[in-house]
Design a binder for this molecule. Sequence first.
Ligand code: HPA
Length: 270
Amino acid sequence: MLEQIKETAAYISRQFGSIPSVAIILGTGLGELAGHITDRQELPYAQIPHFPLSTVEGHSGKLIKGRLGNREIIAMQGRFHYYEGYTMQQVTYPVRVMQQLGVKTLFVSNAAGGMNPDFKVGDLMLITDHINTFPDHPLRGKNYDELGPRFPDMSGAYTPRLIAKALDIARRNGITVQQGVYAGTQGPSFETPAEYRYFRTIGGDAVGMSTVPEVIVAHHAGMEVFAISVITDLGGFGDIVKCSHEEVQKAAAEAQPRMTLIMRQLIEEM
Ligand code: HPA
């Protein structure tokens, strides 16, 4: 695996020239931020050696390098989900490649279902912590000490300094944000009403099918992490409402400009 990571990183370095220390992974229907990247260079995943290919609707699957405001960044438009059939090593492979490339800070966005009764559809939730309920773990198996420790501490995985700065940015721009715990689950079925209640009971504020594997690996790799969920549907309280992919995409699109503003400004000011 280490050899492959190095080959992939070497290829990306050759194509892109210098590599920024900030990376972004854009979630379902949340690619708008990528539209703000200037001086861009793009690499479709299909061209990158050893990279998995993304399959799901709403994910175009390319690596973008460029500038966001005053800062150079590298962005993944489209990510790999466990429910697509990838192994956890494949899901998190791009994060390992980023580590090899020298990325120090990772920004992540996702769409999630809200279980906190204070949440509304379209809310932004700054992720303060997570609960991992995936059936596999990206660090299972041989540990490569050069990548990170066997038993990584997971406190402060979501960098408090970046959360504080994002709260300040939201306040200055009159954007209401929530904060909370993201429960990561395998999907691809959305939760039953009882499952939404379960995720609430165990301490989750929102539930989704991504992010947790990437954040575990990024934290293992010593990166700082900042992550935002867009609350695209609600479950676990009130009336039972059906959840669809279309509805998730629509709510994500509506919330995108606010998320984009916070991410951009945070990246500029960090
Ligand atoms: N559950 C899981 N994943 C999701 C949801 C949800 O309700 N909404 C968007 N992604």
